[in-house]
Write a protein that binds this ligand. Structure first.
Ligand SMILES: Cc1ncc(C[n+]2csc(CCOP(=O)(O)OP(=O)(O)O)c2C)c(N)n1
Ligand SMILES: [Mg+2]
Length: 668
């Protein structure tokens, strides 16, 4: 240390065996995001950009971790990790285009700031909810483990994000499955205005590693050499011996949560102390003192970067804004899927609804040799309904995975598998429990393709429905939560044949599909089903009976209530439309039938308000008004939670009311 001034020598560097070029590259990679940010702060003040989340003071972590990983290894950064994007050399005009919502960005103006991923650079950006990407990293790491490619995945979170359940679930799954993932927690003192003492009550976040059975480390996050060398060593070790690792990087957030919110609540002394530990100024001083970097080089590096920033800003500002076009938007909600018809053969066997699902799943496992299924108790135990009985022997533990009780992390992991091109089926033990994984379904799986062109090739199997006296948490039919969310497909078969063929299609379809299986049908319903693998297209209802007096529309177990009612009343001449899939919905069949009969009644098992019957009714009103001879009737369960005892359950369900309402409609 030759210099007299030690203003910036608040970080002790040990360059170990790093050569000068590497040291200079670490430096260059750190000053780039800093200089971009400084420019952004100016643009913000000029009103040229709308919002900014600053990572100033935390650059060493993004840069050190990114440089420690190989280019083909995935990184899942957060809102303060500009250095990840710049170190992976994303052209700046594309980053600026992204922030301005231009077409050259990564989301076609559909999502802001760092909320994007790019397969070109093996980066998977955050969604606003912070935690879900931790589980997505598990899925990517699982894909790497299954492919035996010796790759590491790094995922970031702030210390605030560690309070979310996703953090706990993701670490636990990674530990139980021994996944090669580095969990990088940037402890920067605050989560918005909340200091760490109000966020968690242990000394270090790294201490939590022990509870999950994970090795953990504390790294001085402002010391680029320490970050880079330690993460490099850990990554190398994980590549050889796959396992998760938790790292807590001690650092500080030097600016407000986002620029508008300021730092008033941060004690001045604390800010001043950390200002002295600036990761760039200290490192620069060190490099100059050690004669590794000359002042001329420093000036030249910065000049180059300023030039690069200005040039690319100009490109981005000059780029035309996106012209809104509804067709473009609608076309990007789902990944296109060319349905492949596989015909059923003549050989059939009479099997139960549950056997049809099991057989369909098994044949899909045979057809797609990378398909992974995950769920609670599905391996040796065969699942609570025994649908995967024997699968473990046929396909092995890698592909038939018992999971801990953590719906969020597993659905997120399924997303991660999809990012790596692996299909998966997740068995929810009961459809009711999807609430514990609701966020990744409606916010991650559903929106990912629209946001950045990344499909979620995931099927969620949903054993659902009433009639089994199982009470409010094991009897719901919650399809309406999902039919309302663009980006999801919803399938709801009523027969073994349909269940088998539609499940095959659900697995072939690269989009997220919720596949509802009515538990009351599992063992009560039999049908002759072709023994071979076959498919049935989505969006095609089946017309079970034909008549002229009324159109009856239903799906799932309720279809059988319709058929029972008609069997009791042979004089009723009705079209019976079994929807089979709710999203996409076969409106063509519905309209054609209603235009013929002039009357429509929709029977749904769920309680009435906000269910799909309401939407179908509205669609009929809009499209078939002039053919209608009576108001469209919706029949559904009582507006209560579903009760336990049989008498209450029967009263709740619309089975009996349906017959009465059908008669009055016919008499209208
Ligand atoms: C589920 C959820 N709750 C709340 C928020 C609002 N929010 C966004 S960032 C943030 C603070 C995050 O703190 P931390 O994880 O420490 O990251 P930092 O911003 O400090 O880098 C909060 C509360 C959110 N985005 N998502
Ligand atoms: Mg924080």
């Amino acid at each position: 240390m030759s210099r007299e001034s030690n203003k910036y020598q608040h970080i002790i560097y040990d360059k170990q065996d790093l050569d000068n070029n590497t040291l200079k590259l670490l430096y260059k990679n750190m000053i780039k995001p800093r200089m971009i940010e400084e420019k952004m702060l100016i643009l913000l003040r000029q009103g040229k950009i709308s919002k900014w989340f600053s990572g100033i003071g935390q650059e060493a972590i993004s840069v050190g971790v990114t440089m420690a990983l190989n280019m083909e290894e995935y990184i899942l950064p957060m809102h303060r990790n500009l250095g990840v994007f710049t170190t992976r050399d994303i052209p700046l005009n594309r980053l600026f285009g992204q922030w301005q919502g231009k077409a050259s960005g990564f989301t076609k103006g559909r999502d802001r700031s760092f909320h994007f991923g790019t397969q070109e650079y093996n980066i998977v950006g955050m969604i606003s909810h912070l935690g879900p990407q931790l589980g997505v990293a598990d899925g990517i790491a699982l894909a790497n483990l299954l492919k035996k490619n010796k790759q590491v995945t790094a995922v970031f979170t702030g210390e605030g994000g560690t309070s979310e359940g996703d953090f706990h679930e993701a670490l636990n799954v990674a530990s139980v499955w021994n996944l090669p993932v580095i969990f990088c927690v940037e402890n920067n003192g605050y989560g918005l205005s909340t200091p760490t003492a109000e966020q968690f009550n242990c000394k270090h976040i790294a201490d939590k590693g022990k509870g999950y059975g994970i090795e953990s480390f504390i790294i001085e996050g402002n010391n680029i050499i320490e970050v880079y060398t330690k993460v490099s060593k850990l990554a190398e070790s994980i590549r050889k011996n796959p396992r998760p690792i938790l790292i807590e990087f001690k650092t500080f957030r030097m600016r407000g949560h986002e620029e508008a919110s300021g730092t008033k609540y941060v004690p001045k002394d604390l800010l001043n102390d950390w200002a002295l530990k600036d990761p760039i100024e200290n490192f620069q001083e060190f490099l100059i003192n050690e004669s590794i970097l000359s002042q001329e080089e420093e000036v030249a590096f910065k000049k180059d970067i300023i030039h690069e920033i200005n040039k690319n800003l100009k490109i981005a500002f000059n780029e035309d804004s996106i012209t809104p076009n509804p067709t473009d938007e609608l076309n990007d909600v789902y990944k296109s899927f060319v349905y492949q018809e596989v015909n059923s053969n003549k050989e059939t066997k009479e099997i139960r609804f549950i056997d049809a699902i099991s057989e369909g799943l098994k044949q899909s496992m045979e057809k797609h040799n990378e398909l992974v299924i995950m769920g609670q108790d599905i391996a040796d135990y065969g699942g609570v309904f025994k649908i995967t009985d024997g699968f473990i022997d046929a396909f092995g533990k890698d592909r038939v995975r018992n999971t801990p009780i953590c719906e969020s992390a597993i659905i997120e992991a399924a997303m991660g598998l999809s990012i790596c091109g692996i299909k998966s089926v997740v068995e929810l033990q009961f459809a009711d429990f999807v609430t514990s994984g609701f966020n990744p379904v409606v916010n991650y799986l559903a929106k990912s393709f629209y946001r950045w062109n990344q499909n979620a090739d995931v099927v969620l199997r949903m054993p659902c429905g009433a009639g089994v006296a199982a009470g409010p948490f094991h009897s719901q039919t919650n399809e309406a939560w999902f039919t309302k969310t663009p980006g999801l497909k919803v399938v709801y078969p009523a027969f073994p044949y349909d269940a088998k063929g539609l499940l095959a299609t659900a697995i072939n379809d690269p989009n997220p599909v919720l596949f509802f299986e009515h538990k009351a049908l599992y063992r009560s319903l039999r049908q002759d089903v072709p023994t071979n693998y076959f498919t049935i297209p989505f969006g095609k209802a089946s017309l079970l009976r034909e008549g002229n007096a009324v159109t009856i529309i239903s799906y799932g177990a309720a279809v059988h209530w319709v058929l029972e009612t008609l069997d009791k009343n042979l004089n009723i001449s009705a079209d019976v439309v079994d929807l089979r899939t709710l999203q996409p919905l076969d409106t063509e069949t519905i309209y054609a039938s209603v235009k013929k009969t002039g009357k429509a009644i929709i029977l749904q098992e769920d309680s009435l308000f906000g269910g799909i019957a309401s939407d179908i009714s509205a669609l009929i009103m809009e499209e078939c008004f002039e053919s209608l001879d009576a108001p469209v009737k919706r029949i559904a369960s009582l507006e209560t939670p579903i009760p336990f005892i049989t008498q209450l359950e029967e009263q709740y369900l619309p089975k009996d009311r349906f017959e009465d309402e059908l008669m009055s409609l016919l008499d209208y």
